[in-house]
Design a protein around this ligand. Structure first.
Ligand code: GDP
Ligand code: GDP
Length: 460
């Protein structure tokens, strides 16, 4: 029995778009099957190496009669009854509407597990709506853009442990049991906080010949392989599960894909595309450079993409065994790194030799460290003590004689860390002040190298 995920929410929030993204062309319409009404669609979803069934409750917007609410409720309850978990979608651009609250209410009562998703979350226009989503009391919302394919890695990270637990439970013929973490406010974070069994997702990306296959093989040679290359994923990339001193990790080996592409004679095009895909699924992206030709255009593009996608990034410089003047070269690399990738300031840069295995320990440490920072959560109290000190040290400007007031800061997300500061006039606050605060966050809370999202919001 495949794991079932119901996509629920009021009309027009993007349920079908998400359904289509997860199911693609593999739609199996099962409307005619007994027990499934015409209103519910099922499809076989693929997300990385996960395979599960999605149930879509879309199609309601066509119903115009008075009983719409009743039908919505009925349909949702039926979908919830069939599913192992529910993905409750709201529209981050529209914010939380009363209809959303009705759904939240049904789900709180009926569903075993709810994953709250704020869709249409591409760009900053959605920040306020994402904040509002907390008010539904269903934990931290997952930022998604079904249309642009954003947030799929986060969705993966939430679903993977649920599906694994459900499969394990099936094997053991026992009821599923997954840890539910409770956040500071005592709310249940919808399977959103890391559970010990969830592997850390790592992608190794880089230009052809940087040494990705050699590196992955070297890591394989040293580490205990938990499971073999996972079948089924070979069309996209190969994923390997390993144990790093007690930390389960999953490495996406994009090189496997390139090898196949070579046969098809489309090396360049596909190696870029599979790098992009790997970035989407990873939590930590290892950008592997060739020490002989570092920071090429393609390297910069993929590192920049990883930052924009909000991934933790580690720069690994390979083929270090070929270097003669290591100190000089390292200085040069650091300068180039700072100049060409300022957006990744503070990200670890490690030198390795995939061939000899030197530096692999440091690479592992850097990856675990970067992941740690990426997951950091700062309490609201600490954050506001920090904000007060920052304001005192450098008060915000006072355009036209009226000082801009920054009242309150809160961390709205992790992975990567995201903060919102309530501000009297966000549009007047100069970019330099934002940078001052971002750099301050980085230093005060020891968050080097991770993308930090900071937005200002005016109080209504
Ligand atoms: P449903 O009624 O919940 O199934 O919603 P649909 O999937 O039909 O989407 C409703 C509208 O929202 C459509 O016009 C979509 O193109 C749009 N939409 C869906 N996802 C996104 C998104 O991530 N961003 C934006 N901006 N629009 C989206
Ligand atoms: P990929 O295309 O990124 O997967 O790169 P490969 O792993 O296939 O490596 C490309 C070439 O670089 C091969 O000839 C490897 O033997 C060589 N290579 C990989 N890592 C190292 C290294 O650390 N040192 C040296 N000297 N050569 C390496």
């Amino acid at each position: 029995m495949s794991f079932k995920l119901a996509i629920v929410g009021r009309p027009n929030v993007g349920k079908s778009t998400l359904f289509n993204r997860l199911v693609g062309k593999r739609l199996a319409l099962v409307d005619d099957q007994p027990g499934v009404t015409r209103d519910l669609r099922e499809g076989e979803a693929r997300l990385g190496d996960l395979r599960f069934t999605v149930i879509d409750t879309a199609g309601l917007e066509e119903a115009t009669d008075d009983s719409l609410q009743g039908r919505m409720r009925q349909l949702t309850e039926r979908a919830v009854g069939m599913a192992d978990a529910c993905l409750f979608v709201i529209d981050a651009r529209a914010g939380v509407l009363s209809a959303d609250e009705i759904f939240a209410d049904i789900l709180r009562r009926k569903s075993a597990r709810v994953i709250l998703a704020a869709n249409k979350a591409e760009g900053q226009a959605a920040d306020a709506g994402v904040m509002e989503a907390y008010s539904l009391g269903l934990g931290e919302p997952l930022r998604l853009s079904a249309e642009h394919g954003e947030g799929m890695a986060e969705l993966y990270a939430v679903l993977a442990p649920l599906i694994e637990a459900s499969e394990a439970a099936e094997d053991a013929e026992a009821a599923p049991e997954v840890d539910v973490d409770v956040d500071e406010d005592g709310q249940t974070a919808a399977a959103h906080t890391p559970t010990p069994q969830r592997p850390l997702q790592i992608a190794v990306v880089g230009r052809p010949n940087a040494g990705k296959s050699t590196l992955v093989n070297a890591i394989l040679g040293e580490d205990r392989l938990l499971t073999g290359p996972e079948a089924g994923i070979t069309r996209d990339a190969i994923s390997l599960r390993l144990d790093w001193n007690g930390t389960p990790v999953r490495i996406f080996d994009t090189a496997g894909m390139r090898k196949k592409a070579k046969v098809q004679d489309k090396v360049e095009k596909l190696s870029v595309a599979d790098g992009l895909r790997a970035v989407k699924f990873a939590e930590v992206v290892v950008v592997l450079l060739d020490a002989q030709i570092p920071f090429e255009q393609q390297d910069l593009r993929i590192a920049d993409l990883a930052e924009r996608e909000g991934r933790a990034v580690v720069i690994a410089v390979n083929k270090w065994d070929l270097e003669t003047d290591r100190q000089g070269k390292l200085r040069e690399l650091k300068e180039e790194f700072a100049r060409l990738l300022p957006q990744l300031k503070g990200a670890p840069l490690v030198t390795v030799s995939a061939k000899t295995g030197r530096g692999l320990d440091r690479l592992r440490e850097a990856v675990l460290g970067a992941h740690d920072v990426w997951n950091r959560r700062i309490s609201t109290a600490r954050l506001n003590r920090w904000l007060a000190a920052m304001l005192e040290m450098h008060p915000p400007p006072a355009p036209g004689g009226r000082r801009i007031r920054l009242r309150y800061a809160t961390q709205v997300k992790t992975r990567p860390p995201g903060f919102v500061v309530m501000c009297s006039a966000p549009e007047k606050l100069p970019e330099s002040y934002r940078r001052y605060l971002v750099n301050g966050l980085r230093e005060s809370f020891d968050m080097p190298g991770t993308p930090i999202r900071l937005t200002f919001r005016s109080q209504a």
